[in-house]
Unconditional design. Structure first.
Length: 251
């Protein structure tokens, strides 16, 4: 990495001014926290997710901040068709003219069970939502990202990609695959200085996914999702220029 990223980076209200950023999984957890923090930093945020009620609540929270008016792009990554992906790309192109940031925050945990007993339909769904859908979304949005003078793509990764762990099943496999996608995209887009691709491991977070993975853990001992957003905002901003093709730990 050419420069360090401050772990406790705090954004000001102008950090992302004029930037349009799409965040998947924006209805809850890390996606929601990122959406609100990006809006606070001046970005126009496109809230993507499958639950309209949750997206509406985040939309209202952002409006109450007096931040730039967000947009909602409802998309169920488990069920979305090519027609829906293409329609989203066209809408972003026509409504905003460009896309400056794309954060793949949506994800499924799946089962915490041995591979020998892992439910096959669950395996397929987790791989699709966590790996195939981010690949498709990045592919269809590349034309909009290319129109930006400084576009940043961020894949949300995990510590499970560093060392194989038992009982993490499709989740671990999907995150390892996502690292391959990130590495290949970095190489394939190396000549395009206006697009950078990184992955960020947010680490332990007080989210529903964490509670499902560690049901015996006291959530009050786990950092909030809001507390790990600093490196993401840094990478989405002009300050992140020059940081490309990296795996970054947020904590």
């Amino acid at each position: 990495m050419s420069q360090p990223i401050p772990k406790n980076f705090l954004a000001d209200g102008a950090l992302l001014k004029g930037r349009t950023i799409l965040i998947t999984g924006a209805g809850s957890g890390l996606g929601r926290a990122l959406a609100i923090q990006c809006a606070r930093a001046g970005a126009t945020v496109i809230l993507s997710g499958r639950n309209n009620a949750k997206l509406d609540r985040v939309y209202d929270e952002i409006e109450a901040l007096g931040a730039p008016q967000p947009a909602i792009a409802t998309l169920d990554l488990a069920l979305a068709t090519a027609v829906e992906y293409d329609a989203l790309a066209r809408t972003i192109g026509s409504a905003f003219g460009k896309l400056d940031g794309l954060v793949h925050a949506a994800g499924l945990l799946g089962d915490r069970s041995p591979l020998e007993q892992y439910d096959v339909p669950t395996w397929c769904k987790v791989l699709h939502v966590n790996l195939t859908a981010p690949f498709i979304l990045t592919q269809v949005l590349l034309p909009d990202l290319r129109k930006s003078a400084d576009a940043s793509i961020i894949f949300v990764s995990s510590g499970v990609v560093k060392q194989a762990r038992p009982f993490w099943g499709a989740y671990a496999v999907s995150k390892a695959g996502l690292e391959s996608v990130r590495a290949m995209l970095f190489e394939e887009l190396e000549g395009e200085a206006n697009i950078r691709i990184n992955s960020v491991n947010p680490g332990r977070m007080r989210t529903a996914m964490r509670a499902a993975a560690y049901p015996a853990e006291d959530p009050n001992t786990v950092p909030t999702a809001e507390s790990v957003t600093g490196p993401f905002l840094y990478l989405l901003s002009e300050r992140g220029r020059g940081i490309d093709g990296q795996f970054i730990d947020a904590q």
